[in-house]
Write a protein that binds this ligand. Structure first.
Ligand SMILES: CC(C)(COP(=O)(O)OP(=O)(O)OC[C@H]1O[C@@H](n2cnc3c(N)ncnc32)[C@H](O)[C@@H]1OP(=O)(O)O)[C@@H](O)C(=O)NCCC(=O)NCCS
Length: 146
């Protein structure tokens, strides 16, 4: 059974473990810093008791930024990412958020296709954004608010 739960700082090891096994974006210290930021919300997608995906988003007034979005490699292309993204969009709509942003590597074709399906459009380019010097596309999705 699939469920989505809010993750707090106590589960930082689970976040770090999934990250280390996938995109290795943050150190444990960076994860800890992320949890400390005001307006940060972290959700995990669970299959039974196993965390198969995590998203981190940062709410600032009526806008939000997805800082992290990953599905465990073994569980990709099965609809889990779409499930987590649909949940995230619903959360944002409930919070009356007008725009949702994210950055994605220009070379990450899979993720780009995935985000296009959710009507994210490219609104900017961040040069040398990643550790390896590659550029990121800034994507935006306009949300329907109440
Ligand atoms: C991008 C990412 C989150 C997508 O997660 P996912 O669980 O594979 O997403 P889904 O399964 O919902 O969708 C992926 C594809 O599988 C297809 N799919 C969904 N359910 C399916 C099923 N039951 N059977 C076969 N294919 C299916 C979808 O149509 C989709 O195709 P599309 O993207 O070409 O339209 C995942 O690839 C990932 O974690 N990537 C690495 C991290 C990353 O790049 N993050 C984004 C940058 S921050």
């Amino acid at each position: 059974m699939i469920s989505i739960k809010k993750i707090n700082e106590k589960d930082i090891d689970l976040c770090y473990e999934l990250d280390s096994n996938t995109i290795s974006l943050w150190t444990k210290k960076q994860w800890a810093n992320e949890f400390k930021k005001e307006g940060i919300k972290v959700f995990g997608l669970l299959l039974e008791d196993l965390i198969v995906g995590i998203c981190v988003f940062h709410v600032v007034i009526d806008e939000a930024q997805i800082n992290y979005f990953v599905i465990n490699q073994k569980f990709r292309n099965k609809g889990f990412g779409s499930c987590l993204m649909s949940f995230l969009i619903k959360q944002c709509e409930e919070l009356n958020i007008k725009k949702l942003f994210l950055e994605v590597s220009q070379s990450n074709v899979n993720a780009e296709k995935f985000y296009s399906r959710f009507d994210f459009s490219t609104v900017g380019l961040r040069r040398n954004y990643y550790k390896n010097g590659s550029d990121a596309l800034l994507k935006e999705k306009k949300l329907v608010t109440k």
